[in-house]
Design a protein around this ligand. Structure first.
Ligand code: ZN
Length: 465
C-alpha cells in the first residue's frame, strides 16, 4: 500500500483488534526502522516502511531528501473530550522536545487541510531557507500558518495598488470566475503580494472552483461552443469576485470591473456568511493583527518540523473503529488524533540554522558528544586525565581526539563537526596546566580554565546550549 500517511491502515488495525472500551486509550507509534517492519495481522500483511518521495522539482537540499524518517503517533480515545486531553498531552510533549533544543520555534495554528480534522498546530523553525510562511503578531500571541492566517483590513492600506485579475472555472464547467484584487507591495521585502488561493477557497466554497485548469476562459468558451452544437439549454454564467482591498480605493471601480448586471453575470463583493468585505490577498508585513487592537503582523520564512492533528471520528466512523458502551445501544466511534515529528528533517533544519563559516553547531541534546578534547602533540597522556575528569564528574559526555593528525587539523575538525564545547590542551596547558575552553555559539568564547574547575565550567556552558 502506497500512501502519504497511514490513518486508514492504523484505524483498520484498531477496528479489527479492539475488544472493549476498557482497552482505551490506545497510542500507536510508528517509527520507521532501517529494515522495513512487517506486521502480520489476521492473515493480512501490513507493510510499514521508511518514507520516500520523488519530486518533480527537487529543492531545499537536505530539507527535502528522497528518503526520510518520521515519528508518527496515532491516538484512539473514547470520546472527543478524552481525545482533546490526549491532544494537549502530545502538544506539551512536543513543546518539551523543542524547548530542549534551545532554538526559537513557532507554534502556528494550522488548517487541517487534507487530513480532515478540526484542530491542529504546526511546529516551525524560522529560517530563510524554509519553504513555508508563518505569520505572527508583534504584540499578542497570535501565530498562524499561511493557509489559516487572517488580518483586520484597514482603510488606508493598498488604496492605490494596481489591480490584478485571476480567472478560474467551476468544476461543472459552466461558471467562469474572475477574481479582482489589489496587487499590494510588501513594505519590508518589496515583493508583490497577489491572490491568496487558500482564502478564496475558504471564503467561497460554493463557487466549486477547479484550480487545476490551466486556461479556464478558453475551456469555458469551448464548453459553450460544444453545448451550442448539442443544442442543450444549460446556462453559462460569469461571476466577478471583488476583494475588499478594492472597496477602499479612491477611484471608483471602472466599467470593466463593475460589470452590468445581467442574467448571466453575478457580482460578489462581500463574504456570504459574515457580510464583511472579502479578504483575498496574501498577508504582508505590517498588516493589522486580527486578534488585538494595535499589533502588526510579520511574515517569516519557516520550516515545518512537527504537526499535531485532532481527527475526531473522520476515519474511525467509516472504518468501523467503534466500541460498545454499557447502557448504550449504538456503538461509539473512537475519537482519534495523529501527530508527527520529521526526525531527519529536524537534523537538517538544525544544521542549517546553527552552522556558521567554520562548520556545524549542534545543540547539546542532539550532539553525538557534548565536548571534544583536542591535545597538542605531547599532551596525549594528560588529555586522558582531562577526559577522566569530565566523564568521572558525570558533567559531560566527552570524546577525546587521539588521532595521529596535525593539531591544527584536529582543531578545524572539532569546529567542522560541531561539538558544542571544545577543550584544547595547548600552550596554556604547557605553561600553567590550564585548558583552553572554546565555544563558538556563546560569543566565540575562549577561556583558560584550571583542571579542577573544568567540570563545573563546562557544565555551565552546556546548560546554555
Ligand atoms: Zn496581535
Amino acid at each position: 500500500m502506497l500512501s502519504p500517511t497511514h490513518e486508514e491502515e492504523i484505524t483498520t488495525l484498531v477496528a479489527g483488534s479492539l475488544k472493549s472500551y476498557k482497552e482505551l486509550p490506545i497510542r500507536l507509534y510508528q517509527i520507521s526502522e532501517q529494515r522495513p517492519l512487517i506486521m502480520v495481522l489476521r492473515g493480512t500483511h501490513s507493510f510499514i516502511a521508511r518514507k520516500y518521495r520523488d519530486e518533480r522539482r527537487p529543492r531545499g537540499g537536505l530539507l527535502r531528501t528522497r528518503e526520510f524518517l518520521m515519528k508518527d503517533l496515532y491516538t484512539f480515545d473514547l470520546d472527543d473530550k478524552a481525545a482533546l486531553g490526549t491532544y494537549h498531552n502530545v502538544k506539551d510533549a512536543y513543546d518539551g522536545i523543542f524547548q530542549e533544543l534551545k532554538i526559537k520555534y513557532l507554534v502556528a495554528e494550522a488548517d487541517s487541510g487534507s487530513m480532515g480534522g478540526s484542530y491542529s498546530h504546526e511546529f516551525h523553525f524560522a529560517t530563510p531557507v524554509g519553504e513555508d510562511n508563518v505569520i505572527s503578531c508583534n504584540e499578542c500571541s497570535y501565530v498562524a500558518n499561511e493557509e489559516l492566517a487572517e488580518r483586520r483590513l484597514s482603510s488606508s492600506a493598498s488604496a492605490d495598488a494596481p489591480v490584478g485579475v485571476s480567472t478560474f472555472i467551476s468544476h461543472d464547467g459552466f461558471t467562469l470566475v474572475k477574481v479582482h484584487y489589489g496587487r499590494v507591495t510588501d513594505p519590508k521585502t518589496g515583493e508583490t503580494i497577489g491572490l491568496n488561493i487558500h482564502a478564496l477557497k475558504k471564503a467561497l466554497p460554493s463557487l466549486d472552483i477547479d484550480f487545476g485548469v490551466e486556461e479556464p476562459e478558453g475551456k469555458w468558451r469551448s464548453n459553450q461552443a460544444s453545448q451550442a452544437m448539442l443544442a442543450r439549454d444549460q446556462s453559462f454564467t460569469t461571476t466577478h469576485v471583488f476583494d475588499g482591498t478594492l472597496a477602499y480605493r479612491s477611484q471608483p471601480l471602472d466599467g470593466t470591473m463593475s460589470p452590468q448586471s445581467s442574467a448571466t453575470t453575478t457580482k460578489i463583493l462581500a463574504h456570504p456568511q459574515t457580510g464583511h468585505p472579502l479578504d483575498l490577498t496574501g498577508i504582508s508585513n505590517g498588516d493589522n493583527c486580527p486578534r488585538c487592537p494595535t499589533g502588526q503582523l510579520s511574515v517569516q520564512r519557516a520550516v515545518e518540523l512537527g504537526h499535531t492533528f485532532h481527527l475526531g471520528t473522520r476515519y474511525s466512523e467509516p472504518l468501523g473503529a467503534a466500541v460498545s458502551i454499557p447502557g448504550k445501544e449504538q456503538k461509539m466511534a473512537l475519537s482519534m488524533g495523529c501527530h508527527g515529528i520529521g526526525i531527519t528533517r529536524m537534523i537538517a533544519a538544525v544544521a542549517s540554522i546553527l552552522a556558521d563559516g567554520k562548520g556545524l553547531n549542534w545543540p547539546r541534546v542532539i550532539a553525538p558528544y557534548e565536548v571534544v578534547i583536542v591535545p597538542r602533540k605531547g599532551h596525549e597522556g594528560d588529555a586522558e586525565g582531562v577526559y577522566d575528569a569530565l566523564i568521572g564528574a558525570g558533567r559531560a559526555d566527552a570524546a577525546l581526539d587521539d588521532r595521529k593528525l596535525d593539531f591544527i587539523w584536529k582543531l578545524n575538525d572539532a569546529d567542522r563537526f560541531g561539538f558544542p564545547v571544545v577543550v584544547v590542551l595547548g600552550r596554556a596547558w604547557k605553561a600553567q596546566q590550564k585548558c583552553e575552553v572554546q565555544c563558538r555559539r556563546l560569543g566565540n568564547l575562549k577561556q583558560e580554565v584550571a583542571l579542577e574547575d573544568l567540570p563545573s565550567f563546562v557544565a555551565g556552558l552546556l546548560s546554555q546550549l
